[in-house]
Design a protein around this ligand. Structure first.
Ligand SMILES: [Zn+2]
Length: 83
């Protein structure tokens, strides 16, 4: 089993993702579930690098029977779209 938490923490370092709509790199990662609150997370929230998506993770069953997450992972601070 993968532990997504580990993966998400390691991804904090390289956090420049381009918005597919407007091309801005001013995008925030959307965190789901209950994040571990720390000074570092608070800083990222304040700077718009991270956005909280709430505690509900939406999943849907794909055609092959696997469960896939349907939530957007990113929020564009520039145009306000999620992707
Ligand atoms: Zn955008």
């Amino acid at each position: 089993m993968n532990k997504p938490e580990d993966d998400e923490v390691s991804k904090f370092e390289n956090d420049e993702v381009k918005c597919p709509y407007c091309g801005s790199t001013d995008t925030a990662r959307i965190l789901y579930g209950k994040p571990f609150f720390s000074d570092e997370l608070q800083k990222q929230l304040d700077s718009g690098k991270v956005r909280l998506g709430g505690c509900c993770i939406h999943v849907a069953e794909a055609e092959d029977g696997t469960m896939v997450r349907t939530d957007p992972e990113r929020y564009c601070n520039h145009c306000g779209k999620e992707f």
